[in-house]
Design a protein around this ligand. Structure first.
Ligand code: NG6
Ligand code: CA
Length: 512
């Protein structure tokens, strides 16, 4: 029990009447976003998986509101994360596609982000994990000096990052504005054009690999795995894939411990279950669905550690926990890791068609689980909501007003997120190679040319030259194209999509 001296008590009473203090605290819960990378709609027990044990996610879901129609904006990482942080549809802005590891920061420090908005509300803010939004000026960062602009300029007080993806160089972490553990006598150089330095590549030395690429991924070999791109130097700072989940968890726990007495916002972005999938040895073979299943078990362990930390510090009651994923699932995303052969009947996207890269629902419909004890009743919600709405919704939660232009595509769906309303937004633009418009349970996919399947990943991309129209209520798997049967509805949805494009242009000054 905490001892309160009479003097301190008197000060407290004078400063804020107790009832008001309790309200203020209720208005400002800690916010913990746990964002997995490529975790599919069907990948956890909470969403129907039976072959991959995810006890911590499942327990969290039982205590939470679980969404069945929640979305990221996009079917790949960079645009999805751009939207989550800025409240702007990424397709409005050039340069928000999947970034190389040496790209400059794509969010302007002048843009409002979840972190700047929550800082305004008095939060201490941190990001731990996958970034993939670029670092440094337009020419990219100098890895050997101060790395800016970056998360700090976007409102994060603390950052511990994997700069891009696990399969992209540089294979080092950046803590605040520096490469962690860098020996200045061994500077880092990075290239995405041609080999750099004298280290072997996967292309020339496949005999050195512990995991072989299936497509691409044949650049510099780090920790026995060849990556996209080339790097030299930074030997002491290089990551060990097997230790990453532990390290991210440790950094996140330390952040929570350090900020337990004031409202904090932590954006915890795991690498699991993205490629290369390299679980810590204690998780190997733990899923019965190969290595992809094993790294989902590892992800579940991370979730458990964070929840235990909240319990241990007595923070669970006043922490809003959000668990989600940046985009849909993929099985072979560039390494021959046995995931296709070992699926064992597991369906990563559950009942949905497509997955990562796809405009079908499997691309952007993702798990979303929200817990706030005593404020959000556990249950299931079919409301249509999107990560892009976090900015406006959490602004409302914390009593912030957004100025025009801040989070231009973000809608305040707080009542839906809290379970007080059954519906969220009416319309949502889904984004992959092409755009689709959701209007309630109707879905219009604009006409698209090009291959039906992605040759590398074998994902159904979802494009049809004549466009597509689905009623998801009775056709969640998007197999019955109603475009011929419903010309009026098709015209209406197509016009709505067009006007959303135009509307946004006006709001953000025509950045696309
Ligand atoms: C693709 C990579 C894929 C993955 C993806 C990004 C190839 C052939 N494929 O270009 O392996 O890294 O980019 O994934 O290089 S994401 O989740 O960060 O969007
Ligand atoms: Ca991803």
């Amino acid at each position: 029990m905490k001892l309160i001296t009479p003097l301190a008590l008197a000060g407290l009473v004078l400063a804020v009447p107790p009832a008001k203090a309790a309200d203020a605290r209720a208005d400002k819960p800690n916010i913990l976003i746990i964002l997995a990378d490529d975790l599919g709609f069907g990948d956890t027990g909470a969403y129907g998986a039976t072959r991959i044990p995810t006890p911590n996610v499942d327990q969290l879901a039982r205590e939470s509101l679980r969404f069945t129609d929640a979305h990221s904006t996009s079917a790949t990482c960079t645009p999805a994360r751009y939207a989550l942080l800025t409240g702007q549809y990424p397709w409005r802005k050039k340069g928000t596609g999947i970034l190389p590891g040496n790209a400059g920061l794509i969010i302007q420090p002048s843009q409002t982000t979840l972190a700047t908005m929550l800082k305004r509300a008095g939060y201490t803010t941190g990001v731990v994990g996958k970034w993939h939004l670029g670092l440094g000026g337009p020419a990219g960062p100098d890895w050997n000096s101060e790395i800016k602009p970056g998360p700090r300029e976007l409102g994060f007080d603390y950052s511990f990052l994997m700069p891009a993806t696990g399969d992209r160089v540089p294979c080092v972490y950046v803590e605040n504005q520096r490469v962690a553990g860098l020996d200045p006598k061994d500077p880092i150089q990075v290239s995405y054009d041609q080999p750099i330095g004298s280290e072997p590549t996967g292309k020339d030395h496949p005999e050195l690999l512990k995991m072989h690429p299936s497509h691409g991924h044949d650049g510099t070999i780090i920790n026995g795995i060849s990556r996209i791109g080339y790097m030299s130097g930074g030997k002491a700072a290089r990551w060990v894939d097997e230790d990453r989940a532990d390290l991210f968890t440790q950094k996140a726990v330390a952040f929570i411990e350090a900020n337990k007495d004031k409202p904090f916002f932590l954006y915890f972005a795991t690498h699991d279950p993205h490629v290369p999938r390299v679980p810590h040895p204690r998780f190997v073979g733990k899923s019965g669905c190969g290595v992809r299943g094993d790294v989902i078990v590892e992800f579940d362990w991370c979730v458990g550690e964070l929840l235990k930390t909240l319990d241990r510090l007595d923070l669970a009651q006043r922490t809003l926990v959000i668990l989600s994923s940046d985009n849909g699932p993929v099985v072979d995303d560039g390494y021959r890791d046995g995931s296709v052969a070992h699926l064992n009947g597991h369906r990563p996207a559950g009942p949905l068609r497509g997955g990562k890269y796809s405009i079908f629902e499997g691309g952007t419909r993702i798990p979303l689980i929200i817990r706030w004890p005593q404020h959000i009743a556990p249950g299931v919600s079919d409301a249509l909501v999107c990560h892009v709405d976090f900015l406006a919704s959490f602004a409302a939660l914390t009593g912030q007003k957004l100025a025009p232009g801040e989070g231009p595509d973000s809608e305040n769906v707080l009542p839906a997120l809290m379970g007080q309303a059954k519906t969220g937004r009416q319309e949502l633009v889904e984004h992959a190679r092409v755009l689709a418009l959701r209007d309630g349970t109707w879905k219009y996919i604009e006409p698209a040319r090009g291959p039906k399947r992605d040759a590398n990943t074998n994902t159904e991309l979802g494009g049809e030259p004549g466009g597509q129209l689905f009623q998801l209520n009775d056709d969640l798997g998007e197999t019955n194209n109603l475009i011929q049967a419903q010309p009026d509805r098709t015209r209406k949805l197509s016009q709505e999509l067009q006007s959303t494009r135009q509307r946004g242009k006006a709001a953000v000054g025509g950045t696309d």
